[in-house]
Structures are given as C-alpha cells and as structure tokens.
Write a new protein. Structure first.
Length: 386
C-alpha cells in the first residue's frame, strides 16, 4: 500500500502493481533482462526508465496548460480536487501514466517525478508540449468521428486552430512520440486508424463501405475541445432540449440526466441504428403523464438527426441530407424492440409518420425504403426498397 506522503517515490508508486504487470510494462519499453528480476528490482528499473527525460517528455506531451496546472497542485503535499469533476478526470489521466498517486479526491506527485519534471520543463519543451497536446485532442476527434483517415486529414483538423500551422513532417514526428500505452490509434503508412478498427479488419471494411465517398467533416476548435473534455458533443441544441425535458418534466436527477444525454450521443455517434438507439433511450425513462412518450420520441429524432456520426465521417444526418439534395419520404422504418417500445410507438405513430418515418409496430414490414448513393454524396441518389 502506498504511503501518501510528500516523500513518496515513483518506485513506491508502481510497486502497487503485481510482478506480471510490471513485466508487461517493462517489455513495452523494450527493457531487456527482466525475467529473473525480483519485483522490487523490476520496479526500480521501470521507475528509472519513466524518469528518463525522453520518456517523461513523451508521456507528458499529451497534456495542455490547464492539465499541467492541476498536476502541479500535487507538488510538496497533497493536491485536492474535491468538487471539481473535470480536475479529477485530469488527475486520473496522470494516474494512468503513473506520475501521480491518487486516494479518493486527493493526489500527490512522487518527489522524484517533481524533480525530473522541473528539469524537463524548459521554454523549448513547453512550446513543443502545447503543440503536441493539441494534436492529441485532434487525434481523439479523428478516432471517434472518422474511424480512420489519411494523415493529411488529421493535419487539416490540427490546423483549424488559430495560429497553429503545422506540416506533415512535424505532425508525424509528434504522433510517433506519443506514449505507446496511451494511444488508441495506429499510423499505418499514410493512414491513421483507430484501434477499434485496426484490430478488426472486418469492422474496418464495413466502416469503409458505409462511409463510401462521403467527405470528411472539418470541426471547429470548440468542437475538438468539447469532445476531448466531455467525450460527447452534447452542447448541441437538440441534446440540451432533451436534457431539459429529462430534468424538468421527468424530474430526473440533473447529473443522471446529463449522463443519459452524453451516453445517448455516444451511442448515436457510433451506432447508426434508429431502432437500437431509440430502444436504449426508452429503456432509461419512466413516464408520468400522457404525451411524455411522444415528446421523448420527438426529441430523440431531433438528436438522431443532429449527431455527428463516424459512419458519416463526422457529418450530421441533416447536413448530409442537405448536401445530397434528397427529398422527403426516404426515411427509414422504425421497428420497436420490445413490448414497452411498441406500446409507446403505437401512441405516437401518426406524429412520427408526419415526420417522414415509417412505423412497423408488428415488426413484419416487407418493404422498407432505403437510399443508395453509388458514386458518393455528390452523385445521384437512387431510391430502393429492402
């Protein structure tokens, strides 16, 4: 157990891990000759590695100025992040790279980490870290909303920030120095591929087919920052309307309501399935009055149409609809996934049909409208049925 004092060392911090975990950790840094080492010896070897300037520079390069300020609260004593969820989440990231020890809402930076960091933090390194941490945020956007893309498309996202002009060579150099155990994507030649798809070629192929020739959405700086900070883009008006409905009309706990809204965004952005996402939302809700189910479904439809999706390379369905010039009457048919959902849908079927959606309460539709774009969103749309 870690002694939570200002004299804590990094070796003592990582001795919390079992020996097999320490071995895997060491192998990730290509440390040789570890098979016969005792746990204490292994921890010391690994701690020395993590304190090397080059290794620390890599591991700290993913943090922006605000994160560094929070980190430095833990120098020479306990830092406190009580009542500040964003700061606590940041400290959890530092905990993942093993440069802090955390106990409940308090944390401390090991004394030898403090010493090594003070030596590393020069003006030159700070300038590099500011650029590198922005690339890290942009990379998260690409992983979540592109899935995979050419390096040049990541560069386009990086360069949306005012005053940030970077070329491909610098971008690749920064990417290749990111800490290996924190990366969730790989650079395969000229492609950046999220590990979700790099580890599953069938999923990668399916995504490529689904995305087709859609263009890549270029986000704003605020969208990159919001997605990295909150893991969702739920500040969009349709999600704010849904959150107010959950809090004001269903009397849901505000924090729980925000959790539902953020999780719904995550579900919709990654799963382009009206049925599954609607079913998930309805399963979270308890209605007290007539008309609430109808309102919930209407709000859901607005969210579904205004969510940036990986299958659309970051575009919202409404944006693609506008770009493609497809007229009304091409919306999918909604099929309930449970008796509860079927009852709710039967009550609001007329209103949903007015919105252009088909409703199949019994789940036995033979023909369902689909729209194909065989040559991409800039080409003609071909309506068919399945």
């Amino acid at each position: 157990m870690v002694l939570f004092t200002k004299d804590l060392t990094l070796k003592e911090r990582i001795l919390e891990y079992d020996k097999e975990t320490l071995k895997r950790y060491a192998k990730g840094y290509n440390i040789a000759g570890i098979s016969k080492l005792k746990k204490d010896e292994l921890a010391e070897l690994l701690a020395n590695k993590l304190l090397e300037p080059e290794v620390m520079a890599s591991r700290m390069s993913i943090f922006d100025d605000e994160a560094i300020k929070i980190f430095e609260r833990g120098f020479n004593g306990k830092g406190d992040v009580s009542g500040d969820d964003d700061a606590y989440d940041t400290i959890c990231l530092f905990n993942e790279i093993d440069y802090v020890a955390v106990s409940r809402r308090e944390f401390i930076v090991p004394c030898d980490v403090v010493e090594a960091w003070k030596k590393l933090r020069t003006d030159t390194y700070d300038k590099y870290r500011k650029r590198s941490s922005w690339v890290w945020k942009c990379l998260y956007f690409v992983e979540e909303l592109y899935g995979f893309c050419p390096v040049e498309k990541l560069l386009d996202v990086v360069n949306i920030k005012k005053g940030m002009r970077m070329d491909t060579e610098e971008l690749i150099e920064i990417f290749d120095k990111f800490p290996y155990d924190q990366l969730w994507s790989s650079r395969i030649g000229e492609l950046i591929v999220s590990d979700v798809y790099a580890d599953d070629l069938d999923e990668l192929k399916n995504l490529r087919i689904t995305q087709g020739d859609k263009p890549y959405y270029l986000p704003t700086k605020d969208e990159v920052e919001e997605l990295y900070r909150t893991l969702a883009l739920a500040s969009e008006k349709s999600y704010r309307d849904l959150a107010r409905f959950l809090k004001d009309e269903l009397f849901m706990d505000p924090e729980y309501a925000e959790d539902i809204v953020n999780e719904l965004w995550d579900n919709i952005s990654t799963i382009d399935d009206y049925h599954e996402n609607l079913q998930w939302l309805l399963d979270q809700l308890d209605f007290n009055e007539d008309g609430q189910a109808e309102k919930a479904i209407n709000l859901f439809m607005m969210c579904m149409n205004n969510t940036r999706m990986v299958v659309n390379r970051g575009f919202k369905p409404l944006e693609l609809h506008s770009m493609s010039g497809i007229g009304p009457g091409n919306m999918p048919t909604i099929v309930p996934g449970s008796s509860k959902a079927a009852k709710m849908l039967s009550e609001v079927a007329p209103q949903i049909k007015q919105m252009g959606y088909g409703v199949d309460i019994d789940g036995n539709a033979v023909d369902m409208p689909v729209v194909n774009m065989p040559v991409g969103v800039d080409g003609p749309a071909v309506r068919a049925t399945i």
